[in-house]
Design a protein around this ligand. Structure first.
Ligand code: B12
Length: 332
């Protein structure tokens, strides 16, 4: 099933015989959800009500291609959850009744012109004092203002955690306490974003990734998986401390279009770190079906930073990952 999102938005048929003709393979459960009007698909009236706008405005936006819709057999528009969320973020409109769309923890977008530096400082302050509510509101307001996961991560989150990383050096006991609590808050927020962006419709592109072997840094690999979700992939994050042979096995079985390896642990002193060979072997293996391997993070060995090795690419930021994955999605 071609994706509904992105530039190729088109109206799809579902329910009944036209579904079969179009080769559309929506899950029965999704169709049931559509029929019952609950989360999954919305009517134009439901979206209008949640936004406090008229139904005719929503229909007009749908006709203009600003909202992706599918059609019932009877010809009525239905708006998939992913498309409603995309429209809300792109338009910057406020949702006044988030419960209609099942948007838990919805947060009003930031005022136009709010500087990302300001958000970064406020997030740092909230994380230092363990104010989870404020941290969540700051990040979700950025998200609903249309800021991408990559921008949020490379900006406020990276800034705030970098600052917190230096507190640890000044005062070890308090620093560790603050750092661990801040990480717990960040995991909670990004898990929510992951749930929101988890595709409700079929996708063609698959990515699998992890933090390898002894690498305990769990947040960057989680964020990479959400960046990929946002850019049109189905992504499977195997998490921290994943032996690379397990990633390789998963890759051989599922033949993903992309593999990411988030490397943030300090590299081994040993100049012949075995992980270098493991990554090269993985690269040999993926040649069989032509996948890309993306390496990112402060712990990427030098040997991969400066030259491209077969299918392996080093990326410094989540934005680079987002740009690359969008290019791949468009090429499909
Ligand atoms: C949280 C944290 C920990 C936690 C991790 C918990 C967990 N479950 O994840 C714990 C407590 C385990 C920990 C331990 C240690 N830590 Co620590 N830690 C951090 C901290 C504060 C945040 C890391 C983080 O998740 N950042 C969030 C990510 C999203 O942002 P980022 O790191 O800036 O990454 C950006 C890019 O690199 C890139 N990127 C990163 N990964 C990827 C992957 C892909 C695919 C792509 C495309 C891009 C990409 O995008 C990100 C921004 O969007 C950092 C501070 C910092 N500067 O980040 C220190 C930091 C990394 N830790 C440090 C140190 C020294 C340690 C310890 C050695 C401390 C000790 N003496 O025990 C141990 C070593 C642990 C180990 N076994 O390797 C140092 C490393 C110094 C260095 N020379 O590199 C730092 C920089 C703190 C500091 N300023 O001193 N740490």
């Amino acid at each position: 099933m071609p994706p509904l999102s992105g530039t190729g938005r088109s109206e799809k048929l579902f329910m009944g015989s036209r579904l079969a003709e179009s080769g559309n393979v929506l899950e029965t459960s999704s169709r049931q959800k559509a029929a019952s009007g609950s989360k999954g698909f919305f009517t134009t009236r439901q979206l209008a009500e949640s936004l406090g706008m008229s139904e005719s405005s929503v229909k007009r936006w749908a006709n203009e291609g600003k909202i992706g819709v599918v059609r019932t057999v009877g010809g009525h528009r239905r708006i998939p959850f992913d498309e409603a969320l995309k429209f809300i973020r792109e338009s910057g409109l406020c949702v006044i009744k988030p419960e209609i769309l099942g948007l838990d923890y919805y947060t009003t977008p930031h005022k136009a012109g709010t500087e990302i530096e300001e958000v970064s400082k406020e997030l740092h302050e909230a994380l230092v004092v363990g104010d989870a509510d404020t941290a969540r509101q700051l990040i979700l307001a950025e998200f609903y203002s249309g800021r991408s996961i990559a921008e949020i991560s490379d900006g406020p989150v990276s800034y705030a955690l970098n600052e917190i990383g230096t507190t640890w050096k000044r005062n070890e006991e308090d620093g560790i306490f603050i750092e661990h609590r801040a990480m717990d808050i960040c995991f909670d927020i990004f898990r929510r974003l992951q749930t929101l962006l988890d595709p409700k419709t079929d996708r063609k592109l698959l990515a699998i990734g992890c933090a390898p072997n002894r690498d305990v840094y769990a947040l960057p690999t989680l964020i990479a998986s959400i960046v990929l979700l946002e850019t049109g992939y189905t992504s499977v994050n195997l998490g921290a401390v994943t032996p690379l042979r397990i990633l390789r096995r998963a890759a051989e079985e599922h033949q993903p279009n992309m593999l990411w390896i988030a490397m943030n642990a300090l590299p081994e002193e040993n100049p012949h770190d075995p992980i270098v060979d493991e990554i090269r072997e993985l690269s040999e293996s993926v040649k069989q079906w032509d996948a890309h391997i993306v390496l990112g993070g402060r712990g990427v060995p030098d040997s991969f930073r400066h030259a491209e090795w077969q299918s392996i690419r080093y990326m410094e930021t989540m934005q680079q990952l987002a740009d690359f994955s969008r290019e791949q999605a468009l090429a499909e």
